[in-house]
Write a protein that binds this ligand. Structure first.
Ligand code: 13P
Length: 336
């Protein structure tokens, strides 16, 4: 077993999932202002530290993705953030892309940047305690979209990123996110997502990536949020499994879904059904941002000193998703 494979399994095993707390300052400011909290470095740290010191970290969370600001912050008790995370048994990770920028020659699409100077940045993050990383490519579904250009350029960037990350001794999360925005059908989402993921693996293989030392972070297969033809959660699970079975090489140890704008319950229920129906060898778990934090953030915003109350809300969500990672969740458990 390679060292990279060991790290990936440490993050994903025992039905644990990933807490995606890597919102950039811009995104975090939107999240905080939506609940009338001022977005200061202190408030961003306080909310995140509240989550990182919650009880559920030990049994539910195998990895935490941080943002550059957070990995460099010192906790209110004088500890580094990666050490707080490691102390719970979870692995600290870091988002290393520098965002999706307008793609030349296809101006309504985006390509994710951040390769320049990446080798040096990775060295610094490793020294700070990170053992895995994240890079997100983003694609829209529309007529003739995503274009071949967007699919190829993002896959290429994801592969070059993965090579540098593995060279530095860390596990790359490969995240090609086909957005749920739009009127498209679930069938369109299935076709386009499969094409996107297959191209990513084609490039990863060209770039000699050790596939046992990556984690794939895809979207689930859903109808667009403005589509009139929604499909059932059961169908979401079958279509998602169909997509992954035909697109992901067997060596990949695990798949950790993003929530992508689904409600907390929807994201849990879909993951649960995916695991109930999972006839693959892949670990299927969560790497949620909004679907793990939304309720906790709302509660916290009413009284930012109520650490215990906020942690209780987060603990419940983490527990529900860890049950879903085993196919053992049910809606009755939500109210217990
Ligand atoms: P969401 O679960 O809120 O989609 O965030 C996951 C993530 O890390 C997006 O890059």
């Amino acid at each position: 077993m390679s060292e990279l494979n060991k790290i990936a399994l440490k993050i994903l095993s025992n039905d644990k999932g990933i807490l995606a707390a890597d919102e950039s300052n811009g995104t975090m400011t939107k999240r905080l202002e939506s609940v009338n909290i001022q977005s200061t470095p202190e408030n961003r740290l306080l909310f995140r530290e509240t989550l990182f010191t919650a009880n559920s970290m030990k049994n539910c969370i195998g990895g935490v993705i941080l943002y550059d600001e957070t990995i460099n912050q010192i906790s209110n008790e004088g500890k580094t953030i990666p050490s707080i995370i490691s102390d719970t048994g979870a692995v600290p990770g870091i988002k290393v892309d520098t965002g999706a920028k307008v793609l030349a020659n296809s101006l309504d699409e985006k390509v994710t940047e951040g390769l320049d100077g990446l080798r040096e940045r990775l060295k610094k993050y490793y020294e700070l305690g990170a053992r895995f990383t994240k890079w997100r490519g983003v694609y829209n579904i529309e007529e003739k979209r995503p274009s071949k250009l967007a699919i190829i350029s993002n896959a290429h960037a994801l592969a070059r990123y993965s090579a540098l990350v593995q060279e530095s001794g860390m596990v790359p999360i490969v995240e090609p996110e086909v957005l749920m925005d739009g009127e498209h059908s679930a069938e369109d989402c299935l076709t386009k997502t499969s094409e996107v993921i297959q191209k990513c693996f084609e490039e990863l293989i060209v770039h000699k990536i050790d596939l046992t030392g990556i984690i794939l972070k895809p979207n689930m297969i859903l109808a667009g949020n403005k589509s009139k033809n929604k499909i059932s959660n059961e169908e979401v699970s079958f279509k998602t499994l169909e997509c992954l079975k035909k697109s992901v090489p067997n060596e990949v140890p695990g798949i950790a879904f993003l929530s992508g704008g689904q409600s907390e319950i929807e994201a849990t229920e879909n993951l649960n059904l995916i695991n109930k129906n999972n006839d693959t060898n892949f670990i299927m778990t969560y790497s949620y941002g909004r679907a793990l934090q939304q309720s906790a953030l709302k509660f916290w915003s009413k009284d930012i000193k109520d650490i215990k109350g906020t942690q209780n809300i987060f603990n419940h969500r983490a527990k529900m998703n860890t049950l879903a990672a085993q196919g053992k969740w049910s809606s009755e458990l939500e109210n217990k």
